[in-house]
Design a protein around this ligand. Structure first.
Ligand SMILES: Cc1ncc(C[n+]2csc(CCOP(=O)(O)OP(=O)(O)O)c2C)c(N)n1
Ligand SMILES: [Mg+2]
Length: 800
């Protein structure tokens, strides 16, 4: 476990922020937190009805390793301005602390992991408001704090949030195995470029993951990595008891043993306890050491239990060492703490390599209960078994800076959105180009909407048409930096001045970072009290690269507009590696993200207007626009209010069908022209046929399904879904052909709405290079294929 962390005799504050009395109070609270978190999991697994017989679970050992650290944080270190992400498996510790603070109910603790109960992993949306960041998918909770720090700076530097308020520290309690996730490194790189401040990562270095014990000297690699991106690294290895022991005769050899003992052996000894320590120490330390006699004396001065207490008193379990470590931070540099801990500390599961999902048996729990002085029937009493006066603990808790945090969610004004966004008229344009122009017009118009939009992109700013916006609004950076090309009068369409005023956050090519940045920006109102309307752009196929982070952002109910362009095989010459296929299904399947795929610029303008409103609605969400670079002949029209409403509800008849029509074409996105061409021909064969523009398969499908669920529950109130209304004029035996440059299943479901038969056309295998026409032909999504599909349909054998 080599080498040493900083010693206790290294104060950087003139006086510590804590007294001996504070330590006494915090240690008393720590015991309560350990009991309550362990009991909560025990209760859920052993004392609650479990009619389905599915294992309930919970992680008593993961919790036990962070009790001291979390107690110190919540009851001493955190202020009302700080925000914190708690490692997923530490959620019961967080719930226990909030329970002690009066912010969590006993009912929800009793229902931990149950329906309506405290959540398995901290959840902003499913737990109460005390959760700042959700966690669960390891690595993401830590990384989002970096982007929250960036968001905080963004808001403060523009005066959107008051600068007289001290900046909060964005903190993450991180399991050591979380550092295996690649997104950690992506985020450290990107946020290093942005020189983030006020970010603390507190690593629970228990040297255990799920399956076992981690490599030797991992902390060295971790430390090096953080230092290389400018972080302050504070390693806390020994607890007070160990440091006291080191000062005694023989202490040198005891320290040598600790430093040289392999991680897995240390864990095993922590599990085995007192006599095993004694045996191993004497076996490993050479008899030839000159102070070996002193070591013998030292060991003999301890009972087995005392020796066990000393050997397991690593830094992360020593309140004094923990407080001292936090005290060492005196500036706003991002700081990584590496706290040595033992997984399962203080429980019979301590150190065992299989303890991750291990649960204490009822017998073990009974012994633990007795040791903690918790009387039967009083297990949920917050202050049962205290060894200090309760009134004193209560007073101490009330004085904790965090206890003054009353508003767990902050609020800001709503940003007014004009009735219609300005769109320069063009005969032919692509949705991507129109997106750039609409944003450019917003930038030009100025006002609050323009001020609160913030854009971000993983190195595809120009190629997703954000260029004009950035030219007007500038790049964001903590420090002023002029565009060197511009200064030297080198002609370029892009003006890249960087300053605190800038409104575009440029990222490296890391889609995870895009989504995590959108997550933080999209929570800016709630976290910091400054509302932003974030827009992130990327190439549609690369959504998959950051999909878990996107899901994470949505799970936290962050609000943003995701503009994914180009998309589909329409991106023909770029080939199969860049062509997206299943993203329409991602859009439909992702909760919290409403997806649209318009064909025409005027549709896009209306969808963006709606999007800016929807992002601000209480029960709204984020918006995903799947766009294309394919120029499409625009429909010359002035959209009426009804059509606009239909566009944002997911679809409208571009050519209205006659009542009783037996055929329709349904299309989405870039293939509008193919659908129109086919329609002009097929209209003769199927008089009265309709042409349905689907602007959001997601909305049509999910609104319909929500209504179907309401019908099952009898709460629908006789309402009709938009897609049901749209298909209503068609004859009951009508057939339609759907076409999309994406997976055909995105539209194929429509036949189920009113029992029509459907020929779904789309893309369901990898693309390749070619012209759009070549590929439309290859994938059978061109006008001719639509015609042929329509001809074929009547020949489908009738069911008997
Ligand atoms: C992305 C992701 N992959 C896998 C898991 C399953 N998993 C949960 S905890 C864990 C190990 C965590 O170890 P560590 O971070 O060291 O936490 P500890 O319990 O030791 O504190 C794994 C693999 C997960 N939650 N998220
Ligand atoms: Mg671990």
């Amino acid at each position: 476990m080599a080498p040493d962390g900083p010693t206790m005799d290294l104060p950087t504050r003139p006086t510590p922020s804590y007294s001996d009395e504070d330590i006494r109070m915090l240690e008393a609270l720590e015991r309560r937190v350990r009991w309550l978190s362990t009991w909560t999991i025990h209760n859920a697994n052993h004392l609650r009805d479990n009619p389905d017989g599915v294992k309930v679970g919970g992680h008593q050992s993961s919790c036990a390793s962070i009790n001291t650290i979390m107690t110190a944080l919540y009851f001493h270190v955190l202020t009302e301005h700080d925000r914190i992400a708690v490692k997923p498996h530490g959620s019961p510790v967080m719930h226990a602390i909030q329970y002690l603070l009066g912010n969590q109910t006993q009912e929800r603790l009793k229902d931990f992991r149950g329906y309506g109960g405290a959540q398995s992993y901290p959840s902003r949306t499913k737990d109460n408001e005390t959760v700042d960041f959700s966690t669960g998918s390891v690595g993401l909770g830590a990384a989002v704090t970096n982007f929250a720090a960036l968001t905080q700076d963004y808001l403060r530097m523009k005066g959107i949030t008051p600068t007289e308020r001290p900046p909060g520290r964005m903190m993450a309690i991180v399991g050591d195995a979380e550092l295996d996730e690649g997104n950690i490194y992506e985020c450290l790189m990107d946020t290093w470029k942005h020189d983030i401040r006020n970010c603390w990562w507190i690593i629970d270095y228990n040297r255990q993951s799920l399956d076992g014990v981690v490599n030797e000297h991992l902390f060295r690699v971790i430390g090096r990595m953080f230092r290389s991106v400018g972080w302050n690294v504070i390693t806390v290895k020994y607890g007070r008891k160990q440091m006291d022991a080191f000062k005694k005769p023989g202490g040198r050899l005891l320290k040598k043993f600790i430093n040289e003992c392999p991680n897995d052996v240390y864990s095993a000894l922590a599990f085995q306890g007192g006599s095993a320590w004694r045996r191993q120490i004497l076996e490993d330390i050479s008899a030839g050491e000159e102070d070996i006699g002193e070591l013998h004396d030292l060991l003999n001065s301890y009972s087995d239990d005392e020796l066990h207490a000393v050997m397991t008193n690593l830094g992360g379990h020593s309140m004094e060492a923990v407080l001292h470590a936090f005290d060492q931070v005196t500036d706003d540099r991002p700081t990584c703490f590496i706290f040595y801990t033992i997984k399962g500390f203080g429980l019979p599961l301590m150190g065992h390599k299989d303890n991750h999902a291990g649960l204490m048996t009822p017998d073990q729990m009974a012994a633990f209960q007795q040791a903690e002085g918790v009387r039967e029937g009083r297990e949920w009493e917050p202050f049962e078994g205290l060894d200090v006066p309760e009134a004193q603990v209560r007073t101490f808790m009330q004085k904790a800076p965090y206890a003054s945090r009353k508003a767990f969610r902050m609020h800001d004004q709503r940003i007014p959105v004009p009735d219609a966004l300005t769109l320069p008229a063009q005969e032919r344009t692509s949705t991507q180009e129109a997106f750039g122009r609409i944003l450019n017009e917003i930038a030009r118009a100025g006002g609050l909407l323009a001020e609160r939009i913030v854009t971000t992109s993983p190195d595809v700013t120009v190629s997703t048409n954000l260029g004009p916006w950035v030219n007007q609004r500038g790049l964001f950076g903590r420090h002023q930096k002029e565009d060197a090309f511009r200064e030297r009068k080198v002609p370029s369409a892009q003006k890249w001045n960087r300053s605190p005023k800038g409104q575009h956050i440029e990222l490296g090519i890391a889609e995870n970072d895009l989504f995590l940045n959108l997550a933080a920006l999209g929570l800016s109102e709630s976290l910091f009290g400054g509302r932003l309307l974030p827009i992130g752009t990327l190439y549609d196929p690369f959504i998959a690269r950051g999909l878990d982070s996107l899901n994470y952002a949505c799970y936290m109910d962050a609000r943003f507009m995701l503009v994914a362009t180009p998309s589909g095989v329409t991106l023909a010459p770029e080939g199969g590696a860049h062509q997206s296929i299943s993203t329409p299904l991602i859009g439909m399947g992702q909760p919290g993200l409403l997806s649209f795929e318009p064909s025409f610029a005027d549709e896009l303008a209306e969808i963006m207007r709606f999007g800016f409103e929807y992002m601000q609605e209480e029960d709204g969400g984020s918006v995903y626009l799947r766009l294309s670079t394919r120029p499409v002949q625009q429909v010359q029209r002035e959209l009426d209010a009804e059509t606009k409403r239909h566009i944002t509800k997911g679809g409208y008849w571009l050519r209205e069908p006659k009542r009783g029509a037996t055929f329709a074409i349904v299309y989405t996105g870039a293939v509008a022209q193919q659908a129109l061409e086919a329609f002009d021909i097929l209209e003769e064969r199927f008089p009265g046929a309709g042409l349905l523009a689907v602007t959001s398969a997601d909305r049509l499908y999910n609104d319909w399904q929500a209504l179907e669920r309401a019908r099952i529950k009898g709460t629908d109130g006789g309402a009709m879904a938009h897609i049901e209304d749209l298909l209503e004029p068609l004859a009951s035996n009508a057939r339609f052909c759907t076409v999309i440059d994406g997976h055909p299943a995105a539209l194929a479901w429509m036949g189920a709405v009113r029992g029509h038969s459907v020929a779904p056309l789309g893309v369901d295998h990898f693309g390749q290079t070619g012209t759009p026409s070549d590929l439309y032909d290859h994938f059978a999504i061109d006008a001719q294929s639509i015609e042929k599909a329509a001809e074929r349909m009547p020949k489908v054998p009738k069911q008997v």
